[in-house]
Design a protein around this ligand. Sequence first.
Ligand SMILES: C[S@@+](CC[C@H](N)C(=O)[O-])C[C@H]1O[C@@H](n2cnc3c(N)ncnc32)[C@H](O)[C@@H]1O
Length: 272
Amino acid sequence: MVAPAGTRAGLDKRPDQVAAMFDQVARRYDVTNAVLSAGRDRGWRRATAEALRLAPGQRVLDLAAGTATSSRAFAERGVDVAACDFSIGMLRAGQSRLASRPPRAGTVRLVAGDGLRLPFADASFDRVTISFGLRNVADVDACLAELLRVTRPGGRLVVCEFSQPTWRPFRRVYLGYLMRALPAVARAVSSSPDSYVYLAESIRAWPAQAELAERLRAAGWAGVGWRDLTGGIVALHHGDKPAPAGQPANGQAVAGQGAERQAVDGPAAAAS
Ligand SMILES: C[S@@+](CC[C@H](N)C(=O)[O-])C[C@H]1O[C@@H](n2cnc3c(N)ncnc32)[C@H](O)[C@@H]1O
């Protein structure tokens, strides 16, 4: 969920700076998240898996997968996950974790790739998802369009991202936490507390629920809606790729279609 470090990215989200920042926080990324979210991150990941409506055998793209924590949870539901990220440091941290604790079902394949130029063929996936990543990409609208391209008609997108608490008095308290307490807590648990200043700033600058929904629609997603989690600290947005007339909306993609072009560290599958 977090971001940068000594080389922390700015709100212009230059890809080289964003990737370098995540490389730097990779080792302690998951622990820091658990502390800063007071353990809530697990529930957010579970809700994301449910919103995806996964069924065994589906092909799933987890973009900006980081250390593949969510990817692993998706795989447990019997699906084959491409965990794609442009931070090699994050993917390596995920790779060692997957090697020591592989999913009991499904597969996770780690793929080095940029969300603005995905290394996948059109209509490769039944489900595409991005958790705490969309806020970090340099061009949100281009990324949403790229996700649409690689989704099969009738397939589904779920975006899990920080959002705006809906209850005004709580929103004020939360923004205070973000800007003051969070960097202080981060100093205690993270090796790169500067990253958490970026985290706070990027959350504050991020569009609220309705505006993000509008951007999904503008990118071509249909049936767009969202669900607030933890009072709106996080929102789960979903959308479906319109199916051409006469084609069932929930048909499966052809297995094996659209293979990844780049895998991390030679042997592609980190765990299966
Ligand atoms: C806050 S982390 C989220 C990681 C993971 N999804 C999770 O839920 O813990 C954001 C991730 O987005 C990745 N990222 C940002 N922009 C990206 C892009 N254009 N292409 C691929 N990955 C990107 C970063 O490298 C980082 O690993």
